[in-house]
Design a protein around this ligand. Structure first.
Ligand SMILES: Cc1cc2nc3c(=O)[nH]c(=O)nc-3n(C[C@H](O)[C@H](O)[C@H](O)COP(=O)(O)OP(=O)(O)OC[C@H]3O[C@@H](n4cnc5c(N)ncnc54)[C@H](O)[C@@H]3O)c2cc1C
Length: 439
């Protein structure tokens, strides 16, 4: 006899998908929870944005909802033995060109959180942390937000550990690529079909497919004939270049205890740029300022932004103009200090964006049984410990009204021109000098 208990099929093993599986198996140890991802969770290379050397973990938000949520997640990173080994409380040094520093401080106050954070005048800030940022670019800067309680996480290691924990508790993992969705006669989503030809069924199908989400929904719409499945303008895939240098012994000693560095800009100029402290392999990382779409014909007559169609999103093949973006990032943080550093690794990392930078954690309006939990919009990783808790609340129609509205599939969305992190370029335009084949 078929089971009447709810069952869950999560497509995508990034932070949204794994956190959902983690919370589901904790809450319902006797229910069937399956993750399907194109990559093995312990593969040497994965396409997930969540799979990375390191990510910033901070609650420095001017949006009070994300500030509160990030504090909740950070408490777990700091205290729970499963998460704690991956968090480093290095502090953050955030050059602000708006009132951001004060907005963050106000949010901490409103939430009743005491923390070592302050807005520091520029000249004073340059002397902090042994003068590591004395040569940074401060053009147009108002102050520097210094929060000693923020930090970073070993992103890929934490993802692997929490996935492994969930598998040990009973979650099943299938390493296959989903090609389309399955529906019954009433139009209810009943599972997925993989490129390998398998069908996986569940009463709840949750898409946590990051940058691939719009393309997958296009494929599902075409196969099923249900045009309401398409994401349209709700979700846009955007790519960002990251780069790393390996510090020599002397520089490592100087930079080992550095805080996370952030160069914040206004929407009129562009996105914030970041530099993360060296890993245990002495690798210091940046992300660049060019966030780009890759709009192309994913199906005959259907144009959406999606990562390149190679299985690895062609993420390690980074063309010269994008590498220059990392040289620029190096320069605005370290000036002459970093002028001789050799950039050894580059990667293009793809994420799903919404115009408001809000996640989508919502039933999909186009089919019963289908749910969406993704759209990290370049800031989703830090919420890893708690995302799944809210996905379960969504599945059980128990989300607080303000979250339900904020993360809805259908809602009013602001103009992208107000969003500094919105993908404002086309990848092909940035690579004008490069053969198109390199895309
Ligand atoms: C360069 C960069 C730097 C960032 N820095 C930070 C930071 O410092 N702090 C922070 O909080 N956030 C940061 N983010 C944002 C954060 O990484 C993302 O928002 C978050 O990881 C997205 O998680 P996800 O689960 O939605 O997607 P992903 O992590 O991308 O996971 C999606 C998964 O779905 C799988 N998948 C997709 N399609 C299919 C399919 N058809 N079949 C099977 N599997 C499929 C993929 O293999 C992948 O594993 C950054 C993002 C980028 C790109």
């Amino acid at each position: 006899m078929a089971s009447t208990k709810p069952s869950y099929l999560i497509v995508g093993a990034g932070v949204f998908g794994v956190s959902t599986a983690y919370h589901l198996i904790k809450k319902y140890p006797d229910r069937k929870v399956t993750i399907v991802d194109q990559d093995a969770y312990d593969a040497d290379s994965r396409v997930a944005a969540s799979w990375d050397w390191n990510k910033v973990v901070r609650a420095d938000y001017d949006d009070i909802i994300y500030c509160q949520l990030a504090l909740e997640a950070q408490d777990i990173f700091k205290e729970d033995p499963l998460w704690q080994p991956y968090f480093h409380e290095s502090g953050i040094f955030w050059v602000c060109r708006s009132d951001y520093a004060q907005d963050v401080i106000d949010n901490y106050k409103k939430l009743g959180r005491a923390a070592d954070l302050q807005s520091v005048p520029i000249e004073e800030a340059k002397k902090l942390f042994g003068g590591l940022f004395e040569d940074a670019n401060y053009d147009g800067a108002k102050s520097v937000l210094v929060n000693k309680t923020s930090g970073w996480a070993d992103a890929g290691d934490a993802l692997r550990a929490v996935t492994k924990w969930s598998l040990e508790k009973g979650v099943k993992y299938v390493a296959e690529k989903v090609d389309s969705l399955d529906f019954d006669k009433s139009g209810q989503c009943t599972g997925v079909k993989t490129e390998q030809g398998n069908t996986i069924s569940a009463s709840h199908v949750i898409l946590s497919t990051g940058a691939y989400t719009s393309k997958l929904l296009e494929q599902a719409a075409q196969k099923s004939g249900n045009n309401n499945l398409r994401a349209g303008s709700r979700i846009v895939a955007g790519g960002i270049t990251t780069g790393m240098t390996t510090l020599d012994e002397e520089s490592y000693k100087r930079f080992e205890k550095m805080p996370v560095g952030v160069q914040g800009y206004t929407a009129a100029y562009g996105p914030f740029i970041g530099s993360l402290p060296p890993t245990k392999d002495r690798e210091l990382k940046w992300w660049g300022e060019k966030i780009f779409k890759n709009t192309h014909e994913v199906l005959p007559g259907r144009f959406v932004s999606a990562p390149p169609s190679e299985l690895d999103y062609n993420q390690w093949n980074v063309p010269g103009p994008l590498k220059q973006d990392i040289d620029h990032a190096n320069d605005v943080f370290y000036g002459k200090n970093g002028a001789n550093w050799k950039m050894e690794k580059h990667r293009i990392c793809w994420d799903a964006f919404t115009t408001s930078s809000d996640f989508i954690i919502s039933p999909h309006a186009g089919a019963k049984g289908l749910y969406v939990a993704t759209c990290g919009s370049f800031h989703g990783y830090k919420f890893f410990p708690v995302l799944g808790k809210y996905v379960i609340q969504m599945l059980e129609d128990d989300l607080a009204p303000e979250l339900k509205e904020k993360w809805a599939w259908d809602r009013e969305r602001p103009s992208p021109s107000l969003n500094p992190d919105w993908p404002r370029f086309e990848m092909s335009d940035l690579l004008d000098q490069w053969p198109k084949a390199k895309l």
